[in-house]
Design a protein around this ligand. Structure first.
Ligand code: ACO
Length: 219
């Protein structure tokens, strides 16, 4: 993270970031939590907290986790209005360690990523009106079409702790979102939209949805 040394607010933020990086962020049991899955091999579980149906301390846990994830993603704070439409999915290991987190929100519309990797698509993409929605790991832009499509579920935040990556934790979190986000209706992988994806996010989303032209939306 970047910060200005000697500035009290930045120094405090940096110290907290450093401590959390070393210790990680913890999850304890809450009255309103819903355990979606237990993972005995790692003394772990996938837990759901529905923002609007929880009490003060659960809300605080969701907010603190988002704050922590925002630091790594460079994402901005979320409004209370957005939080009220959200469901938070925690992947907990070793009983208390949050090693994965997904925040899903209700959305109305999404846009398809324009895949500029194939020659045909490049020709096609020149005709499509498009907008930059994120940046890939190599610094190139991630673009989407400006044509809105109906969508119901957006992944606002997705994060897995560094030393737990490529172990299918994000996959498990998204499977839980698809099965539980809308009561009585299981979404298909390509029906889930991703907010401004990072390079890692794009690689994951392409693989998870089975298409490089997955859905995105503006948070
Ligand atoms: N590069 C290439 N392919 C990847 C990557 C990557 N960095 N990450 C995932 N994949 C693909 C792979 O095909 C992988 O399968 P494989 O390991 O068998 O090859 C498949 O997706 C499944 O990956 P998971 O193991 O389920 O993903 P993981 O648990 O590692 O989490 C995540 C992926 C969340 C993107 C993680 O890398 C991360 O937290 N990165 C930093 C934060 C971030 O960028 N989050 C996404 C922001 S976008 C948003 O929030 C909506």
């Amino acid at each position: 993270m970047s910060y200005v040394q000697g500035t009290l607010a930045d120094d405090t933020l940096h110290t907290n970031f450093h401590r959390l990086t070393l210790e990680g962020i913890k999850y304890h049991s809450y009255q309103d939590e819903i355990t979606l899955e237990t993972i005995p091999e790692i003394n772990g579980r996938v837990v759901l907290l529905v923002y609007n149906e929880t009490r003060f301390f659960e809300k605080l846990k969701i907010k603190n986790t988002i704050e922590w994830v925002n630091l790594e993603l460079g994402a901005v704070e979320m409004t209370e209005e957005k939080l009220k439409m959200s469901k938070a999915y925690f992947y907990v290991a070793n009983k208390y360690d949050i090693v994965g987190f997904a925040l899903a929100v209700r959305i109305e519309k999404a846009y398809r990523v324009v895949d500029s990797s194939s020659e045909n698509a490049q020709n096609e993409s020149r005709k499509v009106s498009k907008l930059q929605i994120g940046n890939d790991n190599d610094g190139s832009g991630i673009f989407c079409s400006t044509k809105p499509l109906r969508a119901a579920c957006g992944i606002s935040r997705l994060w897995v702790k560094r030393d737990y990556r490529r172990k299918k934790i994000a996959t498990k979190l998204l499977d839980s979102v698809r099965k539980n986000f809308i009561y009585g209706c299981e979404l298909k992988p390509d029906e889930v939209a991703f907010s401004q994806p990072s390079g890692d996010g794009k690689a994951f989303a392409s693989q998870y949805t089975g298409t490089r032209e997955f859905l995105v939306y503006a948070d």
